[in-house]
Design a protein around this ligand. Structure first.
Ligand code: TRP
Length: 454
């Protein structure tokens, strides 16, 4: 497939906005707080920041480099950069991982849509705070309602993706991400002021390092990769649309910083309210959706109109953050089908929707009719969640790092990072970064990965 005439992001800001749009999503608002709750609070945050800075950022740079140099989908980029080798199989692995992630991610996207509908009817902002946690349980354990919301969210994702990368993505990210940021900050302030919330603040700020075991580290690494959309081709495919003059290092750092700030703010918006409401921090995937109705109902008891507006705008913003992430996953699948089989984007979307639905519906029902159905002790939803971040993405990111560190020529890596020697800062960063990519990143990922198996 020729790379000439390939669409490009208009500017480096647009690239960063699109990357941040993919990175900032339910991973920050829904997944991060529940991971923090499951792995001992502040200690997990420290592990997460270490993994993010020292492992996820270098892995981001590797994946972006392969995409921009390859200028194709995952399969095509590897075929182009390593002709005649098995590296191109990474294309298949990426499609598999994206497919699994999109299948369960849309479940949480569907919950957000459901909550938006409920907030429009005033249902969330005017209820009884004590009964609020039950709203989620009743909704998620149903059948028709969560499945229809799932399908609606998935269809919205597919429709945006088929619209094309530029049109689809650029329009979305610009307004809603800053909006979400301000709403979350407001929620931190409110959440911290709730009765009993200080226990939650302490939980986040006084890390108990003894709580951090091998599984905590593995989950911190998996969360860092999940949150930065790493290891399964999203960064690669987006970067294939990146201009030659833009800085990969800058893209990686900006994505990491904005993504981490969002996650930590979400932690501080949710955890104090968890303690105030008396919800178990270890509740798992349901944690945030049990806590949010409590926050909004409390707010509604004091200022009903404000709470109503805030709830509607908040879920609208979450929904759009979730969509800019889910489109980035489906994009990997669609790019693959278009480049490998030359089919139209909409044909590819229709073809992928069938298996996604087949896996997605059992994921939805994992909170209801299928909650007792377990594989390796996990529900279908939990298995997809675990398998994708802790196994597929971790191994995917490792493969990308090995490719850049050990397969690509050093001069090519330097050329790509510094844009042919024109970027001073990246030039200075090259030596330590290259050393890191070769000697620190792969062993660290392997050690963390293997320690959880043992
Ligand atoms: N990073 C996104 C979030 O935090 C989720 C996401 C988008 C993703 N694309 C991905 C996760 C690719 C893994 C791989 O919500």
């Amino acid at each position: 497939m020729s790379s000439s005439g390939r669409e490009q992001f208009g500017s480096s800001l647009t690239y960063i906005m699109a990357m941040a749009g993919s990175a900032i999503g339910l991973g920050n608002i829904w997944r991060f707080p529940y991971m923090v709750g499951e792995h001992g609070g502040g200690a997990f945050i420290i592990a997460y920041i270490i993994c993010g800075l020292f492992l996820a950022v270098p892995c981001f740079i590797c994946e972006a480099m392969i995409g921009r140099r390859g200028r194709r989908d995952v399969y095509g980029s590897f075929e182009h950069l390593a002709p005649g080798t098995k590296w191109k199989w990474m294309g298949g692995v990426s499609v598999l991982a994206s497919f699994i992630i999109v299948s369960f991610y849309c479940v949480v996207g569907g919950w957000s849509l459901d909550f938006l509908v409920r907030s429009l009817s005033g249902h969330l902002s005017q209820g009884d705070p004590e009964a609020a946690a039950g709203v989620f349980q009743r909704m998620a354990s149903g059948t028709i309602e969560p499945i229809s919301m799932y399908v609606a969210f998935l269809l919205a994702t597919a429709i945006i993706v088929v619209g094309g990368v530029k049109k689809g993505i650029e329009r979305f990210t610009k307004i809603t991400t800053p909006l979400l940021f301000f709403l979350m900050v407001a929620m931190v302030i409110y959440s911290v002021s709730l009765p009993g919330a200080m226990a939650g603040v302490k939980y986040l700020l006084q890390p108990d390092i003894s709580k951090l075991d091998a599984s905590g580290w593995a989950c911190a690494l998996g969360q860092a990769f999940f949150s930065m959309s790493l290891g399964m081709g999203t960064v690669l495919v987006y970067s294939s649309f990146m201009k030659k003059e833009d800085s990969i290092l800058k893209g990686g750092l900006w994505t990491a910083v904005s993504d981490t700030v969002f996650a930590i703010i979400a932690g501080f918006a949710i955890m104090p309210a968890v303690f105030s409401a008396g919800i178990e921090p270890t509740a798992g995937p349901s944690l945030v959706y049990e806590t949010l109705p409590y926050i909004f109902a409390k707010m509604g008891a004091e200022a009903p109109v404000l709470s109503f507006v805030m709830t509607v705008v908040f879920f609208l913003a979450i929904l759009s953050a979730a969509l800019t992430s889910s489109i980035s996953m489906l994009e990997v699948c669609i790019e693959h089908a278009v480049h490998r089989f030359g089919c139209k984007r909409w044909t590819a979307a229709v073809v992928f929707l069938i298996p996604i639905l087949a896996l997605g519906v059992p994921c939805v029902l994992s909170f209801g009719g299928l909650s007792g159905f377990k594989i390796f002790g996990l529900t279908v939803f939990d298995l997809c969640d675990y398998l994708s971040s802790n196994v597929l993405m971790t191994l995917g990111a490792l493969a990308f790092a090995l490719f850049v560190g050990w397969y690509m020529k050093k001069d090519d890596v330097r050329d790509e990072l510094t844009n042919g020697g024109t970027l001073g800062l990246s030039g200075k960063a090259f030596k330590p970064l290259y050393f890191f990519i070769r000697w620190v990143v792969p062993p660290a990922i392997i050690i963390i990965f293997v320690s959880t198996l043992v």
